[in-house]
Design a binder for this molecule. Structure first.
Ligand code: TUI
Length: 310
């Protein structure tokens, strides 16, 4: 059986992206019930909100699920404690180094899966006790690194012994096969799940992704050292201008999270920040999570050891 499926008790080697302020217990439970690793994306929430989401998720599924922690969140330290108290099965992390929390999570028996954007980060976290890493290319939505999935994944596979999961740009079976050919043991998809029936975002957000073409995403915040990929709109252009004028990183991050709410809740096409990856151009319909996952793996012989080059 595929290593990821074995270690994470899954039917399919797929992890749902921990999409900030989007992936609540409803999406996480739907992915878990469909045989993937569902993830509660704690984004900019506080610790008690996360605790409540974990409990709500347990009411919707008996399957294991994870919590994603954005390390830029000022509440990250408290959330790191809550996942221990609530005996969460696994944690994924993003936008920073989770090294300081690893001893505490390992002690609690939590499976730790950091998202990394370079081989140096992967090696450091393997040494610190991470169980696997998600190597995320710059094709992804939201906060991103520099390297492409095509270049990052095989280099991370060569740099570490722990299983590697590929992310960034994967939204159909071709992407899954490519990830396996690069040596990954599984995939993480975010943008694809944004267009699931169960994803609790405004219908305008889903529609924007369905209509997006290959060139319809843009990276904001590069100047401020906090690159974030979003769908092109008025807000994105304003952000890029402010960033070029040298507005500080903290202000820009606050602005992004505030406008993310405008996208997610209000569906505000002009002022919202619609985080999405380059794979938006590959997605053409809204489908139930179960159908999305089954179609990704329908043509792939998961039990064939030759599938994963290493
Ligand atoms: O984390 C993500 N994607 C995100 S987090 C997020 S919430 C947010 N909103 C506005 C501004 C900032 C965050 C939206 N999307 N993906 C995982 C990811 N992590 N991609 C790249 C990284 C990364 C980058 C640098 C991980 C580690 C790192 O440095 C670690 C170190 O060694 O310091």
């Amino acid at each position: 059986m595929n290593t990821i499926c074995q270690r994470l008790n899954l039917d399919y080697p797929i992890i749902q992206g921990g999409m900030a302020n989007i992936a609540d217990h409803r999406l996480a439970a739907a992915v878990a019930n469909a045989g993937g690793l569902g993830v509660i994306g704690s984004g900019s929430w506080d610790a008690e909100t996360v605790r409540n989401e974990i409990r709500l998720c347990r009411q919707m599924t008996n399957k294991p699920f994870a919590v994603n922690i954005v390390l830029l969140n000022p509440h990250a330290k408290d959330i790191a404690q809550v996942v221990v108290e609530e005996h969460v099965f696994a944690v994924t992390t993003g936008a920073g180094n989770p090294g300081q929390y690893l001893p505490m999570w390992k002690e609690a028996g939590i499976i730790v899966i950091p998202v990394i954007a370079s081989t140096a980060q992967a090696k450091r976290l393997e040494k610190a006790g991470a169980d696997m890493v998600i190597a995320e290319g710059t094709e992804a939505g939201g906060h991103i690194g520099e390297l492409t999935t095509m270049c990052l994944v095989p280099q991370v596979v060569d740099a570490v012994e722990i299983p590697v999961i590929a992310a960034g740009g994967i939204a159909d079976a071709r992407g899954v096969r490519a990830a396996f050919a690069l040596g990954a043991q599984g995939v993480q998809c975010g943008t694809l799940f944004l267009t699931s029936e169960e994803c609790p975002i405004h219908s305008n957000y889903k529609q924007m992704i369905i209509e997006a073409k290959d060139i319809d995403t843009i990276v904001t915040g590069r100047h401020a050292g906090s690159p974030v990929r979003v769908l092109k709109n008025q807000m994105a252009r304003t952000y890029v201008r402010l960033s070029e004028q040298g507005v500080d990183r903290e202000t820009l991050e606050k602005m992004t999270l505030g406008s993310l709410r405008k996208a997610v809740i209000d569906g505000d096409l002009e002022h919202g920040s619609f985080m999405a990856g380059q794979s938006a151009g590959l997605i053409h319909e809204i489908r139930p999570v179960q159908e999305i996952i089954a179609s990704l793996f329908a043509s792939i012989p998961l039990d064939d050891p030759r599938l994963h080059a290493r």
